[in-house]
Ligand binder design. Structure first.
Ligand SMILES: [Zn+2]
Length: 467
């Protein structure tokens, strides 16, 4: 079913009078500009922007978003609340979440993602084992809950089963609280294989993630990568790389190098890699990592929420680095707000404005959206890189009835949606693979998904408090 758009954001900028047409699989087969609206062809009710691939998600964490914003008893070796004290709360929820809870939380989350302009998601999934630390009878039980949720919501999915082995550099034994995450290389490879059989069609893919250099030893990482590359040479590979200063210091002590430097020196990092939270890099690391083609996975609201630090976007772009956006812990599930947060962080750190714009595209919202869609697509390992022939027909229609957007031209409408919509949803319709999943701001299973989430969160919070 083709669609006419008076304004559409294509990979090379805003275009007028665009006809989008896609095949039965939901892949774009033509994108034609400067067309007269063909008789009978429906028109998008506002400017069309590409769907944003969300390159980093831990779905279960949505269940305690907002609940850790309270000063806690200080533990985890910290004198103040920090990422490390937050992690203790996260463990309590991870220990208590059941497969039905995970499916309910993820279904609700993915519906919200669609409303927030995300059309696909990379699940960095590490809660594999049963609550006692043993495998489920079907080892892929938790992974399948995420796949079911993605299908119910109608969002694209790149599932990344995570290798997690240790509680710190040097092969420190895992803690009891990490028992649901832990597995050996063969165990994670078997999970990858199982899920490769489970996924189907262009909306689903399986990749791999190493949790972090602190949780995966160098030999295990090398062995896993060798095996995975033999299975699929273009499989997306993600890693949490340099989120916290403490882990950078520990990495230097254990491996003799900072994490990004160690990774690019010891592993064949390439454009199929996503370096999540590449927050703490020195100039040499930035130059070397950008040159590999790896995507920097930025999660601005989560990184702010956890006090991680500020990613230097100008330096990364200056080195030619690709980047994309993730909602990670889901304190915010809105692609526009992630863009605003990223840009504001740059402004606060640098004293400059419009850091995300570039010579070709002066509008910050448009330049950053275009860059994040391209980087997010690469990190997803799927054809979701914007409105171009061969890509999935994933897009959002902005709501120009919103008072902040009404009466403006397309680039200004987009800018207002990102910087001036006051968190009221400025997205009207969202399509994934040519199917309209959000219509006039709502998903067809909105109420049921929200109700199931609220029930699951209540049960999970109760169980987590007992941990
Ligand atoms: Zn993460």
């Amino acid at each position: 079913m083709p669609l006419f758009a008076t304004d559409a954001l294509l990979p090379d900028g805003w275009a007028s009078d665009v006809v989008l047409d896609w095949d039965a699989a939901g892949m774009l087969r033509s994108v034609a500009r400067d067309m007269a609206q063909p008789r009978g062809m429906p028109a998008a009710p506002g400017p069309v922007i590409p769907g944003m691939p969300n390159l980093h998600s831990h779905a279960f964490q949505r269940a305690f978003a907002g609940l850790t914003e309270v000063r806690g008893p200080i533990d985890a070796g910290e004198r103040e609340d920090s990422f490390w004290t937050w992690r203790e709360r996260m463990y309590a929820y991870a220990l208590a979440v059941t497969p039905p809870m995970l499916e309910a939380i993820a279904t609700h989350l993915y519906v919200r993602m669609l409303q927030g302009g995300y059309t696909s998601v990379c699940e960095f999934h590490y809660v594999h084992n049963n609550v006692d630390g043993r495998r489920y009878a079907d080892d892929a039980t938790m992974s399948r809950a995420l796949l079911v949720a993605a299908r119910r919501a109608g969002i694209g999915l790149t599932l990344l089963p995570v290798l997690y082995q240790h509680n710190g550099f040097g092969g420190v034994a895992p803690r009891a609280e990490q028992r649901r995450f832990v597995r050996d290389v063969d165990g994670v490879l078997a999970l990858v294989e199982a899920m490769r059989y489970a996924v189907a069609g262009p909306r689903e893919r399986v990749g791999f993630a190493a949790h972090s250099l602190r949780a995966v030893a160098p030999e295990a990482l090398a062995r896993a990568l060798d095996a995975l590359r033999a299975i699929d040479a273009t499989m997306p590979i993600h890693v949490h790389i340099a989120e916290q200063r403490r882990e950078v210091d520990e990495c230097v002590a254990a491996l003799g190098q900072r994490p990004v430097a160690w990774l690019v020196d010891h592993v064949a990092v390439d454009a199929h890699w996503c370096l999540v939270h590449a927050t703490h890099m020195d100039d040499a690391e930035c130059a070397a990592a950008a040159k590999t083609g790896a995507v920097a996975g930025l999660c601005p609201t989560t990184e702010a929420n956890l006090g991680d630090g500020t990613f230097d976007l100008a330096r990364w772009r200056g080195a030619g680095g690709a980047w994309g956006l993730g909602s990670d812990s889901h304190v915010c599930v809105d692609a526009a707000l992630e863009i605003a947060m990223l840009e504001y962080g740059q402004r606060l750190a640098s004293g400059r404005r419009n850091v995300g714009a570039d010579r070709r595209e002066p509008w910050v919202a448009t330049a950053m959206t275009t860059a994040a869609v391209a980087g997010g697509a690469r990190a997803s390992g799927r054809d979701v890189g914007g409105l171009a022939v061969g890509a999935s027909a994933d897009f959002a229609v902005l709501d120009d009835r919103h008072p902040a957007l009404a009466g403006l031209e397309a680039p200004a409408i987009h800018s207002a949606a990102v910087f001036a919509s006051d968190r009221a949803n400025a997205i009207r319709d969202v399509y994934v693979g040519g199917e309209r999943r959000i219509h006039d701001g709502r998903h067809s299973m909105q109420d049921a998904a929200d109700a199931a989430f609220i029930g699951a969160r209540r049960a999970l919070a109760t169980a987590a408090e007992r941990q």
